[in-house]
Design a protein around this ligand. Structure first.
Ligand code: ZN
Length: 176
């Protein structure tokens, strides 16, 4: 996977983590083990076992975790549609499915839950795309960013003209 595609992938995970109000520790496009890059962030599911605790607060946390997983591949796909290969997103997708199956009562429900979260995650990435671009560009240049650097890049980034917000979408942008 090329460096720019990896940068968009990790930027997608990072921006979605911030959108879910979860703390980001760092992001990197320096390969390690079998990963091209990574984002270290607060785990929304920390301290809960979904199979035994799937009430409302746990479900909200599961939603965040699934969207953070799925956002890497979708950001990469948007930036470089021709470069996406199944194995680039396999680990993320397997994790998202595992979370959905843990919290849902049936395979059909898990499929619908994942589909809705995929649509919701794409809506959030739509309004935050300029932030994904800013974080991806900085990752290409610096290879590794701290959570504080990512936060200030996201704050400093300005929407391009195509991203002028409609009020309903602004809610998504300012959630976190
Ligand atoms: Zn990923």
């Amino acid at each position: 996977m090329n460096v720019e595609a990896t940068a968009y992938h990790e930027a997608g995970h990072a921006v979605m983590t911030a959108a879910c109000n979860r703390k980001i520790h760092s992001a990197t496009i320096i390969p390690r083990d079998d990963a091209h890059g990574s984002v270290e962030h607060e785990n929304p599911l920390r301290g809960i076992k979904l199979k035994f605790n799937n009430g409302y607060p746990a479900r909200l946390r599961a939603e965040d975790a699934v969207m953070i997983c799925l956002a890497g591949g979708i950001a990469q796909l948007r930036a470089f549609p021709r470069l996406l290969r199944r194995w680039h997103t396999h680990t993320d997708y397997v994790r998202a499915v595992e979370i959905a199956r843990s919290i849902c009562g049936s395979p059909d429900e898990a499929t619908a839950f994942l589909k809705w979260l995929d649509l919701r995650m794409r809506s959030i990435l739509d309004v935050r795309w300029f932030q994904v671009e800013a974080v991806a560009a900085a990752l290409v240049e610096r290879k590794r960013l701290t959570g504080a650097e990512i936060a200030s890049l996201m704050t400093a980034a300005l929407p391009s003209r195509q991203h002028v917000l409609r009020p309903s979408r602004a809610i998504l942008l300012f959630r976190g």
